[in-house]
Structures are given as C-alpha cells and as structure tokens.
Design a protein around this ligand. Structure first.
Ligand code: NAD
Length: 453
C-alpha cells in the first residue's frame, strides 16, 4: 500500500518506518526542513531502541522516503496518517491547530481534479479530543469533497511507549480503529493485519469512543502512578516500605504489577498534556472529573518529595551547593525531555541557589536545547560527580542501576545519594557508608542528618 505519514516526530517516524518494514511504500512528511534533510541523509533524528536497524534497511531499499512536499506525498498515497503535535493550550485543552491546519490543506489538495478520482483515508494518529474526527471531516468537506465517497476519516490512536516504540508498533497489544465506514475499515484492517499475526485484536469502534479510549488509557496509567506515589508518601510517614506494599498489591491480578513504581512523578510529552486535556473535555461536557484534578495536583508537586529531602539534609539551604544529576530524560531509553521530572528537580535545585552538573546517556542534547547553560554537562556519569555535594538520580537508566558505589563515595563530598527512582538497596549503601534517600522507603537510622520524613 502507499502510505503517507504527516509529522515525523517520535510517533510519525516510528509509524512510517514500521509501515515500510511491512512492505508498504511509505513517505514521511514534515515542515522541519533540517529534520527532513537529516533523514534523507540516512540519519535518525530521535533516539529509539531498535529503530536504526529497520530505518536503515527500509531507507536503503527505498520503501521509506522523506519530504517536505505535502502535495506530492498526499497525491501519491492511499492512506494519509496525521502524526502531528497536539500540545497543551493555555486552558489545558489539546491544541488542534496543527491537525486542523493540515486537514484543511489535505482538503485543498484532494479537491484538485486529478486527485479527486482516487479515494483516500485520512487517519488521525495524533492524540485528539472526542469529536476531532468530525472536525477533520468538516475541514476536508469544506473543500467540496464528499465523505464516504472521496475520502473517509479514521481515528487510530497510538499506544506506543517511547523507549519501546518499535516493539510496541510492530507487535501492538491491540490496534484501535474508530470508523463508521465499512470501506475504510476493510483497508485499515488489511494494513494492520501483518502487525497482529500473533492474534492480538484489531478493535473497531465508533470514532468518538476511539478518541476517548486513548485518553482513558493514559489517564488511567497516570492515575495508577500517582496513586502509588501517594501511597509512598504515606509509607514514609507511617514507617512502611512502598516496595513491599507494591509487591503485596501487584500480585493481585485485578491490580497488576505494572505502573506501580513510586518516584518523582510522571512526565513526558503525553501523560501531563493528556490528563489536562481529558479534564478539559469533561468540563466542556459539564462534568467535573475529580480524580484527574487530584492526579494533576499530586503529580505537580511529587518532585518535591525528593527535593524537600535534599533541602532538609542540607539544613534548609542549598545556596552554593553543587549537585550531580544522573538522568535527564523523562524516562529511560529515550532522549525525550518534554515535561521531564528530572528537569523539574533541576529547576527546583537551581531556584534554591544550587548549581547542577547533569549526565544522561541520550538526553544531553535535548536537555541543552531546553536548559542551555543553566546547568553544566558531564561526558560520563562519574565526571558529573566532581565537586558535587550529592548525587541525585532522576531517570531509571539501566547503566545507573549498578554503579561503582566506592567511586561515588570517594567523589561525592557529602557521600549522599538522593534516588528519585528507588534503584538501590538502602541497607547495602548504608553498610558502604553512603547516606541514601529514596521515595517511600524507610531510611537507615544513620542516614538522617536533617529532619527528613
Ligand atoms: P513530535 O513533536 O515529536 O512530532 C511532531 C512532528 O510534526 C514534528 O516533527 C513537527 O515538525 C511536525 N509538524 C508540525 N507541523 C507540521 C505540519 N504542518 N506538517 C508536517 N509536519 C508538521 O510529536 P510526537 O511525540 O510524535 O506526537 C505526535 C502525536 O502523537 C501527539 O498528538 C501525541 O500526543 C501523540 N502520541 C505521542 C506518543 C509519544 O510517545 N510521543 C505516543 C502516542 C501518541
């Protein structure tokens, strides 16, 4: 099939590459000329495990193309995916400027006589509020095209996880298609069949339910994390251990083991904006979604769970202190720093007069583009420790899991680790003579220098 993907970011690039991998002729479009130029030189623009291999193969074998020429891409494609940004607007809603702007442009292009003869499917892969399929359809109809005849609009929310995006896309647990068109359903099912050969379902539903499914999934996961963070905060006060509680409840199949890890809050390009957008959608329908309101409030200050331990340890003042921060990405295995809790921790430290040297295996450049010279950058994790009063761990990269603790003790002035991801064993660090603070777990008595808890 001839597929076009508009928007070549984390979702679009993975989507385009994976469709090419299944033998489709795929063209990815972006307005960012530098990005397209780099991709056309055979270089990836994001870090995503496993992407390079299939990107190179499909690019070399000329199934995967990149262009800034929307008109050409749309004309030559049967299925047109929108993988465009839907950032958070001032009022918390999803900003549909990109999606509707491109829909309008597609309408204009499709209305040109030469293109009109062929039926096209416009598929929305961006995360969009309930009713957006109708808006996209209206934009295209405005150009004089007839829905169901010249084109159909399909909602196809994307559930990939950054860091596991290729695996998730090639073997999705489910594919959700929102459409009331039999024709579109048949073609989309054909497109996705190679991805679900192991028997995972392609779930077809109406557009509005499909759009809401994506928000419900993200909001539920964000709620699960937040609930566990609150349990962790309570554990600290009540002298319980969140790791044991997690094990105790995670073994209950109704609850499940995943997304129960306490930490410094969720971040990334999706959960924060999607929770806000769903809250906003609810308000538009005169419904106060109280759970989500609480999720946002709790998450917004969860990074403080770590920062307040740091402040108390240093007797209430961070002025002139220096910190090494390991992990800048919003989670492991990505270079994405959008709404990264690590950045929230860094900003909190800087605002209290501290200085920071950061290290991340992949997110140095992306962090530099956001924080610039506000922090220093180290070439490796141990170089970041020089002159640091403390080590602060913010992202759960595997390479941080078993570090050389003797070296940390030798290099970090105050021999203390603040761990926002609960990576280490408190007792063994205590035996090594390192002070150690994590989230929701009891601290060895000797570790308390301030009034933590
Ligand atoms: P992104 O910011 O990484 O990529 C968006 C791309 O669209 C950018 O390359 C940008 O230059 C391009 N673009 C903007 N305007 C354009 C235009 N007019 N024409 C062509 N290209 C244009 O965004 P993303 O993370 O890939 O997310 C895209 C959508 O997918 C969002 O709605 C997001 O919520 C959703 N989503 C993201 C993830 C994720 O993990 N990142 C997962 C599921 C769903």
């Amino acid at each position: 099939m001839n597929v076009c993907v508009i928007g070549t970011g984390y979702v679009g690039l993975v989507t385009g590459t994976c469709f090419a991998e299944m033998g489709n002729r795929t063209v990815c479009v972006d307005i960012d000329e530098a990005k397209i130029e780099k991709l056309n030189q055979g270089q990836l623009t994001i870090f995503e495990p496993g992407l390079e291999l299939i990107f190179e193969r499909n690019f070399r074998e000329e199934r995967l193309h990149f262009t800034t020429d929307l008109a050409d891409a749309v004309r030559n494609s049967e299925i047109i995916f929108l993988a465009l940004p839907t950032p958070m607007a001032e009022d918390g809603s999803a900003d549909l400027t990109y999606v509707l702007g491109v829909a309008r442009e597609i309408g204009r292009l499709l209305s040109e006589d030469s293109a009109r003869k062929t039926y096209k499917i416009v598929v929305n892969k961006s995360t969009v509020p309930v009713g957006t399929s109708d808006l996209v359809r209206s934009e295209i109809e405005r150009a004089g095209l007839i829905s169901g005849e010249n084109f159909d609009v399909v909602s196809n929310p994307e559930f990939l996880r950054e860091g596991l995006a290729v695996e998730d896309f090639l073997k999705p647990e489910r594919v959700v298609l929102g459409t009331s068109s039999h024709r579109a359903k048949e073609i989309m099912t054909q497109l996705y069949e190679p991805f679900v050969r192991s028997g995972n379902p392609i779930i077809v539903m109406d557009e509005r339910s499909s759009e809401l499914t994506k928000y419900a999934a993200n909001a539920f996961l964000a709620t699960k994390i937040t609930f566990m963070n609150e349990i962790a905060n309570l554990c600290e006060r009540a002298g319980a251990n969140v790791e044991q509680v997690r094990h105790g409840i995670g073994t209950d199949s109704r609850i499940g083991k995943q997304f129960l890890y306490a930490g410094i809050g969720f971040g990334g390009s999706c959960f924060p904006k999607d929770v806000h957008a769903l809250l906003r959608t609810a308000a538009e329908y005169d419904y106060i979604f109280q759970t989500l309101d609480a999720v946002i409030k709790v998450n917004d200050k969860q990074h403080e769970a770590l920062v307040s331990k740091i402040v108390e340890y240093f007797d209430g003042s961070l002025d002139g202190r220096h910190f090494a921060v390991w992990g800048l990405a919003f989670k492991a295995n990505t270079d994405d720093v959008r709404e990264s809790p690590a950045h929230a921790v860094i900003r909190a430290l800087l605002s209290r007069g501290a200085s920071v040297t950061g290290f991340d295996p992949e997110a140095m450049e992306t962090t530099r583009s956001v924080l610039g010279d506000a922090i220093m950058y180290a070439p490796d994790p141990y170089a970041a420790l020089h002159n640091a009063n403390a080590l602060v761990v913010c992202t759960e990269w595997n390479e941080f899991r078993r570090p050389d603790f003797e070296k940390i003790k030798e290099l970090v002035h105050d021999a203390v680790i603040f761990d926002g991801r609960n990576l280490y064993n408190a007792e063994s660090l205590s035996r090594l003579g390192l002070d150690y603070f994590s989230i929701g777990r009891p601290q060895p008595a000797r570790a308390f220098k301030g009034t933590v808890g």
